[in-house]
Write a protein that binds this ligand. Structure first.
Ligand code: AMP
Ligand code: GLY
Length: 424
């Protein structure tokens, strides 16, 4: 079968790396891909937002299955477009992708179906939103309802900050995403992510991970898309995972079907765990980035077979095997990220780094220029390794980082600190 993977980040490089090893694959294409992905797939210069060109290409190359990486095309209905063209697609319909596209929708669903999450209310104007935020006390969480590229969440430490956040959202700081605002209770505990595949009826648990959202060591500085991750997440014990699946994921999938929004694809739950009790923070309708990079290193079964089973509603026939060895990824980013950063600086030493045992270097924001690899984004490389312990995976990943010669880049040096503290 010919497969078209859509996206261009480190998540897609990891997915392409895994899909390319599938015994059921004939040829893998990636649109638009990146120079790292070129090693395992044929990259085609079509943007994820260009549905028409993607479908024309897919028909021309007899693509049997499209795997959609990022959330924006899913929320915009790209899976529906492929299916309407007679091409199977992995990922929810636009009606299903509302699980990521509207934070208020998810909160209402949790309320109606008794899925554990924090207290909240939805608002269309600032005055009542401020009154409710004051009533919740501080810290309090203010969110733009719609997609805001991961930036539409403000954790306000004072009432004044909460009011300012509410005003700025209604004044358009996040565009149309902030036309509605969700004010919610701040959940205390340890944060983790859990991934599952669902076909709308069955839920196949994948694995858990923890990422590091803040840009600097010690979890300081502004939030980012993620500066590193590791899997498994020690806070997700078997008992916690059982609760996540039975109290959160399965009821959500059943609720979506009941609401006439059957959900198929990856369900990525952002969770807060306190005293062994998980609560939902939010859903994403796709694989995580950089969590996928560590998940793919631990997956021992065929990814493509599992994704096809989700599309074809036979997920109950799939049993995935995972390595118990932890995997860890360090994000190398352009200096200045998540603010302004330069582009075009050359990156050397990639081959030396990739030659280290149990190391994979995934490209996230690179381009090829005059035969050289240059930085072209904020998050640029995901240096990923496995080991018998998180500490060993970490040592291997940083040994590879240290072989990469890129003065214009930086990374956190403390990825995995929570898990390593537990190993001591
Ligand atoms: P999100 O974009 O919804 O993932 O939110 C970004 C980050 O804000 C999350 O990963 C959490 O660290 C934090 N966050 C969001 N909502 C809450 C909440 N209700 N309580 C505590 N932290 C939260
Ligand atoms: N790393 C968080 C995300 O993919 O949304």
């Amino acid at each position: 079968m010919n497969v078209l993977l859509i996206g261009s980040g480190g998540r897609e490089h990891a997915l392409a790396w895994s899909l390319s090893a599938s015994p059921v694959l004939t040829k893998l294409y990636c649109a638009p891909g990146n120079p790292g992905i070129e090693a395992v797939a044929e990259c085609v210069p079509i943007l994820a937002s260009d549905a028409e060109a993607l479908i024309a290409f897919a028909k021309d190359r007899k693509i049997g299955f499209a795997v959609i990486g990022p959330e924006a095309p899913l929320v915009a209905g790209l899976a529906d477009r492929f299916e309407a063209a007679g091409i199977w697609a992995l990922g929810p319909s636009a009606r299903g992708a509302i699980l990521e596209g509207s934070k208020g929708f998810v909160k209402d669903l949790c309320r109606d179906f008794h899925i554990p999450t924090g207290n909240y209310r939805r608002f269309k104007e600032p005055a009542c939103a401020k009154t409710f935020a004051d009533a919740l006390g501080q810290p309090v969480v203010i969110k733009a309802d719609g997609l805001a590229a991961g930036k539409g969440v403000i954790i306000a430490e004072t009432a004044a900050e909460a009011h300012k956040a509410i005003d700025s959202m209604f004044e358009g700081a996040f565009g149309a995403a902030g036309a509605e605002v969700v004010v919610e209770e701040y959940l205390d505990g340890e944060e983790a992510s859990f991934f599952a595949l669902t076909d709308g009826e069955h839920v196949l648990p994948l694995a858990g991970a923890q990422d590091h959202k803040r840009v600097f060591d010690g979890d300081k500085g502004p939030n980012t898309g993620g500066m590193g991750a590791y899997s498994p997440a020690p806070v997700l014990t078997d008992s916690v995972i059982e609760k996540i699946v039975s109290r959160i994921l399965k009821p959500t999938v059943a609720a979506m079907t009941e609401r006439g929004r059957p959900y198929m694809g990856v369900l990525f739950a952002g969770l807060m765990i306190k005293d062994g009790e998980p609560k939902l923070i939010e859903y994403n309708c796709r694989f995580g980035d950089p969590e996928t990079q560590v998940l793919m290193l631990r997956l021992k079964s065929d990814l493509l077979t599992a994704l096809l089973a989700a599309r074809n509603k036979v997920l109950d026939r799939i049993d995935l095997r995972w390595s118990d060895d932890p995997a860890l990824t360090v994000v190398m980013a352009s200096k200045g990220y998540p603010g302004d950063y330069g582009k075009g600086s050359e990156i050397r030493g990639l081959e030396e780094a990739a030659r280290l045992p149990d190391v994979q270097v995934f490209h996230a924001g690179t381009a090829r220029k005059d035969g050289k690899i240059v930085a072209s984004g904020g998050r640029v490389l995901n240096v990923t390794a496995t080991g018998k312990t998180v500490r060993q995976a970490l040592q291997r990943a940083y040994a590879a980082v240290d072989l990469i010669d890129w003065p214009q880049g930086f990374c956190r040096r403390d990825i995995g600190w929570r898990a390593i503290a537990r190993e001591l």
